[in-house]
Ligand binder design. Sequence first.
Ligand code: PEP
Length: 247
Amino acid sequence: MRPLVVANWKMNGSEPMLRSLVQALGERQNEIAAEVVLALPAPFFSLARALLHSSGITWGGQNIHSLKEGAFTGEISGKMLTEMGGRWSLIGHSERRAFAAETDELVADKVLACLDMGLTPIVCLGEHLEDREQGKTIQVIDRQLQAVMSVVRPEEMKNLVFAYEPIWAIGTGQEATPEMAQAVHHHLKDKMATKGSNCPSILYGGSVKAENVSGLLAMPDIDGVLVGGASLDPEGFAALCVNAGQG
Ligand code: PEP
């Protein structure tokens, strides 16, 4: 299977930057074997639709509301994202869990909302540094996974993507070692298999760059990467995508 590389722009970027990114990816198209997805801020959806159609690159959002419509000022729904041509949405990113108080239960509701609209949710899981230091990584990951598994039927689990993102590795330049990430990914796959779930792809996220992507993707249970900061540099991100496909 081709590795999946997802760019998470967070609240960054501009229309010229999106044009530059698409151009940089286009210029190295023949060298990129990975599947590339852009998770963009909503104001760029329209341009993404125009620039990316028939490019082989798909795009999505960074969050949706759990409901299709209603009096929720400032929110966007999965229905709107789908209508614009988006195919994916990040769900439960640690920044949203922290700044928007998203609970495991709300994350699970948003996963269902994605599935209902035919969007692929990229469900983010990850532990704080204190959790890891106290030996609680698996406990935290299991709790976050269980909330999703309790609402999604086992045969539907293959329609999700998970992203293991240790919070201490996000935006810090201190990535988990391939072995550390592999151990958690293996655990997640094992857990889902034990519960009879069809296993989805699991990405690793946290300070991934062109230089470290191959080592991470060499691990048997790391199916792709979620990239924040390094996706903001068009040439650097294109190089990362090239390196991701060489394995
Ligand atoms: C992220 O926010 O999803 C992320 C992985 O960020 P960074 O690559 O900057 O650590």
